[in-house]
Design a protein around this ligand. Structure first.
Ligand code: ADP
Ligand code: MG
Ligand code: ZN
Length: 584
């Protein structure tokens, strides 16, 4: 053996490689181009689509990470039409599959699905078609459950594979494989069987959001050896991100005002927490003369598509929706996406806000104290639910980091702060906070929880707020140091202490609900030490009297920045970072 026979490091996929696949002189390129125009009726590719298609046509395994609505489906549908046999597509939801089939039918692409509602006769014909050399269909859509459960399907796939008719495997929403992704589905875990049984078939995994860790996890679960990952830039430069405090738990009037004043006659989405909220908020908006309708999972499919249709054709202005309204929306003129309630994770927020259109839409999330605990109890059974929610809360609580930077860090993206271009509230009004020493406040409020627990009582976060503000039961009042802070400040401090481990969550389960109580966190004991101090950055108090003044000064500052000056606060900001540990 030659000396130094240790294997050279594997070359990773380089810019040059990408360039090679961006070209159009492959043996299939003519056909691909022709079908793009004639079948899909599209004039040109969007960024990365051609490379993805060429890679997949070359037989490579591929992960494609592209924001929602950019056209991931084309990257397996077009290869399917240009290959012998059929492409197996795994998609998480029957409704998603139905949407796709409707679309494919409208452009005369033969595609089928096998699901619980397929008749016996249909299934029989379909299974026979899989091993038919004339390939009566080019795409076969199934849910992962089907792969896990149907032995018959697997044996037919085996047969098709041996006949060279299984052209490709596409796993849509591939992040569902990983429990670190935002939408883990247990049946995706079993999809490793595909690559093990059909090693020669190229696989393409598609997703809008996945961190590199999630992708590594997916790679392992799907048993893909060395996939090439193509990532479209995650930044959507035209979206304006903003976080607002909810003035009280029902913020519908705040939203209604915003829609009436700023978005007259412009389309938008209001995302809410629950189906009931969707109904209630939609009705409230209607009462305020806004054309709004609810959309959620328990509505009849026909009603859902009716709402979608009315909204697309601008017969109604606003859809008030749960997360059920999402995948597959492609409306260019969505002017605003307002979150009535925070999302349960940054991944979810990025996706939901990403449904905004192309013309400078606003993405505004209303950050309410009680919502945190509603969501927390909802995700209590999810492995990483609390951590993800905390990241989302930290995103909202943040006052000094660019919103985009926070998302970029979260998604492991390389990020340059200038790229935001004043398109988030922090970059625009960055000076609008003060760094405060909250040690004394922290001791006072921790003492309340300590006292309660010594009396064998549990307090919800709302009760803690009330008690601290002197509104609790009389028996507590004697021992409590009532604060003169405002409600917003009280809430912010409690959230800060929760995010930093001075408080932690104490769930209690009844057959009907889960309750969220506050208990002392692992760092609470540090407060006994006289030298321990906690500082926090707080938004300047937005009491009604000061609101005008503050926003004026913020506007002045932002205009100063636009004139090309360095942000006046950049030094404060740096020193602030030293004082307070960043949350993410
Ligand atoms: P994703 O799965 O990435 O969210 P889809 O595959 O559902 O996105 O596509 C979203 C929309 O983009 C569809 O209406 C599709 O027809 C359209 N689209 C895809 N590729 C192109 C293209 N090259 N040019 C114009 N529109 C495209
Ligand atoms: Mg898609
Ligand atoms: Zn910014």
């Amino acid at each position: 053996q030659p000396s130094g026979s240790s294997k050279p490091p594997k070359p990773s996929f380089s810019k040059q490689d990408l360039q090679h696949y961006e070209e159009s002189d492959f043996s299939w390129s003519k056909e691909v181009q022709a079908k793009l125009c004639n079948v899909f009726q599209l004039s040109k590719f969007r960024p990365l689509q051609r490379a993805a298609i060429n890679l997949s046509m070359s037989g490579k395994d591929l992960f494609l990470v592209m924001p929602t609505g950019r056209g991931k489906s084309l990257c397996y549908q077009l290869p399917a039409l240009c290959s012998k046999g059929f492409t197996l597509v795994i998609a998480p939801l029957v409704s998603l599959v139905e949407d796709q089939l409707m679309y494919l039918k409208s452009i005369n692409v033969p595609a089928v699905t096998l699901n619980a509602s397929s008749t016996k006769e249909d299934s029989k014909q379909l299974l026979a078609g899989m091993t038919d050399k004339n390939s009566p269909f080019k795409l076969l859509y199934v849910t992962p459950e089907k792969i896990a459960k149907s032995k018959l399907l697997m044996s037919k796939l085996e047969k098709a594979y041996n006949m060279g008719l299984l052209a490709r495997i596409a796993v849509d929403e591939v992040h569902c494989c990983s429990q670190w992704g935002h939408d883990f589905r247990p049946d995706y875990k079993l999809l490793g069987i595909l690559k093990r049984q059909f090693p020669k078939v190229p696989l393409v995994g598609l997703t809008a959001t996945a961190t590199s860790n999630v992708l590594k996890d997916c790679q392992k679960i799907l048993c893909v050896q060395e996939p090439i990952t193509l990532t479209a830039p995650f930044n959507r430069p035209n979206l304006y991100y903003e976080v607002r405090f909810k003035h009280n738990e029902d913020c519908t009037h705040q939203i209604a005002e915003l829609i009436r004043e700023r978005y007259k006659n412009q389309s938008g989405i209001v995302y809410v927490f629950s189906q009931k909220d969707a109904e209630v908020v939609a009705t409230d908006l209607q009462k305020r003369n806004i054309l709004a309708q609810p959309y959620h999972a328990s509505m009849e499919p026909s009603d859902k598509s009716l709402v979608h249709q009315r909204w697309s054709s601008k017969k109604i202005q606003v859809v008030v929706a749960t997360v059920a309204f999402g995948m597959g929306i492609d409306k260019a003129d969505v002017r605003f996406v307002i979150h009535h309630t925070i999302s349960k994770s940054i991944e979810n927020y990025y996706q939901e806000s990403g449904r905004a259109g192309r013309h400078h839409p606003d993405c505004i999330v209303f950050f309410g104290f009680a919502d945190i605990f509603r969501i927390s109890t909802m995700v209590v059974m999810e492995n990483t639910g609390q951590q993800k929610l905390q990241n989302m809360v930290a995103y909202c609580q943040n006052v000094d980091r660019c919103r985009r930077a926070m998302m970029a860090i979260h998604f492991d993206e390389v990020w340059n702060d200038d790229e935001c271009n004043q398109m988030c509230d922090v970059c625009r009004h960055g000076n609008d906070y003060i760094t405060t020493d909250i040690t004394k406040h922290a001791r006072d409020v921790v003492a309340i929880v300590e006292m309660a627990s010594s009396m064998d009582e549990k307090l919800t976060p709302l009760k803690v707020c009330d008690a601290w503000m002197g509104k609790g039961p009389a028996k507590h009042r004697k021992t409590i140091k009532v604060t003169s802070l405002s409600r917003v400040e009280v809430e912010s401090i409690i959230i800060h202490l929760l995010l930093h481990g001075y408080f932690s969550e104490d769930f209690s389960f009844t057959p009907y609900t889960t309750h969220f109580y506050l208990k002392l966190g692992r760092k609470a004991a540090l407060l006994k030490n006289g030298n321990h101090s906690i500082t926090m950055k707080m938004r300047r108090v937005m009491s009604h009297a000061t609101v005008k003044k503050v926003s004026e000064s913020a506007a002045e500052k932002s205009s100063a920045k636009v004139k090309g000056k360095r942000p006046a606060d950049s030094d404060d900001r740096k020193s602030g970072v030293k004082k307070v540990k960043t949350l993410l």
